[in-house]
Design a protein around this ligand. Structure first.
Ligand SMILES: [Ca+2]
Ligand SMILES: [Ca+2]
Ligand SMILES: [Ca+2]
Ligand SMILES: [Ca+2]
Length: 265
């Protein structure tokens, strides 16, 4: 073989080696990146669900139980991981009817701490967070930069000192994130929490009109996320878990880590 052809052959071989390496890397990445999709059953008529924290009315609705299985590492400051599943673990279910989303959350938590913080600080107590992105519009992610649009928001709920469940959470107003006492309630959202010896069960009803402009029918998709805060000793929260891999607790300002809710028959 001439020197020229030998060099060309070697260059070709090197080229294939690069292509192979890229393919291996890509397949590795594809295997690693888990997709979080929850298929939410669409009920024909109004859902037979009472928002009272008792989840017995969910039996027989065909809602799959999905683990809230990722442990957050930090939330501005480092978080402690739960010591075991009785300290903090959970799962959620969701169904929709033509007018509303219904979310049920079951949380195992060894010590319940409610009502310590003032409005807007329930994340430092035991609290559930549910997030919506009404249209899945593509965003450009930049760390610490809010990319919410008008149909993206956080709905956080916990118990107050008065024993009543209070809703809070950030939404976009103008070009800034705000939360207002009573806002989510005024838009028709309802939430309830029932305490148990092993933790609590929670229910949330969200009128679809708050986030979604199209009729709820099979095939409709929205961005969705569920997270749970755990405080066992007062003061700041100790741990947090997330449905998707939002390990640094960023869903309150970006939809990057939201999973998807897909409506099915
Ligand atoms: Ca109920
Ligand atoms: Ca706990
Ligand atoms: Ca959106
Ligand atoms: Ca707790």
């Amino acid at each position: 073989m001439s020197k020229g052809r030998l060099r060309a052959t070697r260059r070709l071989e090197a080229g294939w080696a690069v292509v192979l390496a890229i393919c291996v890397l890509f397949s590795f990445y594809a295997a690693e990146a888990k997709e979080y999709v929850y298929k939410a059953v669409l009920l024909k008529g109004p859902a037979p669900i009472r928002i009272d924290g008792d989840l017995s009315d969910w039996e027989g609705l065909g809602a799959r139980i999905e683990p809230i299985g990722n442990v957050c590492i930090s939330a501005g400051k480092p978080l402690s991981p739960p010591s075991d599943s009785s300290d903090l673990s959970g799962s959620f279910r969701c169904v929709v009817d033509p007018e509303n989303f219904y979310i049920a959350v079951k949380v195992r938590d060894d010590r319940l701490v409610f009502g310590e913080g003032k409005f807007g600080e329930a994340h430092d107590d035991d609290a559930v967070e549910v997030y919506f992105d009404g249209d899945l519009a593509p965003k450009e992610y930049k760390k610490r930069v809010c990319d919410y649009d008008a149909n993206d928001a956080e709905v956080r709920f916990s118990k107050g000192k008065d024993g009543k469940v209070h809703l809070e959470g950030m939404g976009l107003f103008g070009d800034r994130l705000f939360m207002f006492p009573g806002l989510w309630e005024s838009l028709g959202m309802e939430a309830a929490i029932k305490e148990h010896p092993w933790g609590y069960t929670a229910e949330l009803k969200v009128p679809k009109i708050v986030f979604v402009a199209v009729p709820l029918r099979p095939g409709v998709e929205v961005g969705f996320q569920v997270m749970v805060n755990d405080d066992d000793d007062g003061g700041r929260r100790d741990s947090k878990i997330s449905w998707t891999e939002d390990l640094n607790d960023e869903s309150w300002y970006t939809t990057k880590y939201f999973g998807r809710l897909v409506i099915v028959k």
